[in-house]
Design a protein around this ligand. Structure first.
Ligand SMILES: C[S@@+](CC[C@H](N)C(=O)[O-])C[C@H]1O[C@@H](n2cnc3c(N)ncnc32)[C@H](O)[C@@H]1O
Length: 230
């Protein structure tokens, strides 16, 4: 478990949703909705959201789930996940305090695993990311789906430069001013330009054992949704 990442999210938990909405001009809301639609489209009775934070993605999943679908949320930060547990929409969801690198679930049980805006935080290296993805692969049923919503790298050079400048200058400063966390948004801003391009992330998913990897990008490639099958 990364103690640094845990500290960052525990520090910013109280204003996490507000800061996200401000920094993305509210676009994180349609991005999550789209990813939830991609994720829910295959159905299934047991869904897991890993690194679920304050539960915003889980609320979208819940809206699309059938009454028979059981949703489990897991995260290693108590301040983040306790906010999810207070959301009325999630009162029937099961909540688990767990490190996503070692999930407390048996092999081959989930129809769907979703992660949003967390892959970037859990993975300083490609090797580490492959280990995380293999853990998700382990607990998915054969034929189960993995859906990953994450920031990406716009393919147009001018847009990529503008996106990096915005991240470097604005995300750090505004995040710090609003959340009061000196280190939290410095860390988050630092991880965005270093994250993998969408096609490289597809290769890493294949390398981790997944099949049929597909992705779509949104907002000039600033974010990508990957879908993969076990
Ligand atoms: C940027 S937030 C994203 C939260 C949520 N998925 C969303 O879309 O808003 C990243 C979350 O991942 C969690 N996290 C990071 N590394 C983790 C790990 N190794 N195990 C479990 N949770 C982790 C953090 O505690 C935090 O809640």
């Amino acid at each position: 478990m990364s103690k640094g990442v845990l500290k960052v999210f525990s520090e910013v938990a109280h204003l996490y949703e507000l800061v996200n909405h401000i920094l993305t001009f509210g676009l994180d809301i349609p991005w999550r909705k789209k990813a939830a639609r991609v994720a829910a489209s295959g159905g299934g009775s047991l869904w897991l959201e890993v690194c679920s934070g304050t539960g915003e993605m889980a609320v979208n999943l819940k809206e699309l789930a059938t009454p028979q679908t059981r949703i489990i949320l897991s995260d290693f930060s108590m301040p983040m996940i306790s906010r999810a547990s207070k959301k009325v929409e999630l009162r029937e969801a099961s909540i688990s305090l767990a490190d996503s690198q070692q999930l407390p679930f048996p092999d081959n049980i989930f129809d769907l695993i979703v992660i949003s805006f967390a892959t970037r935080n859990i993975t300083p290296t490609q090797e580490k990311l492959t280990e995380f993805f293999r853990e998700f692969h382990r607990i998915l049923k054969p034929g189960g789906r993995f859906v990953n919503l994450e920031t990406s790298q716009p393919s147009s050079t001018p847009i990529r430069i503008a996106f990096r400048l915005y991240t470097k200058q604005v995300v750090k400063l505004v995040g710090k001013i609003i959340s009061g966390s000196k280190t939290g948004y410095v860390y988050l801003a630092h991880t965005i330009p270093r994250f993998f391009k969408a096609d490289v992330l597809s290769d890493i998913l294949y390398e981790s054992g997944f099949l049929k990897v597909k992705y779509i990008t949104m907002t000039f490639g600033a974010v990508a949704i990957h879908r993969a099958v076990k």
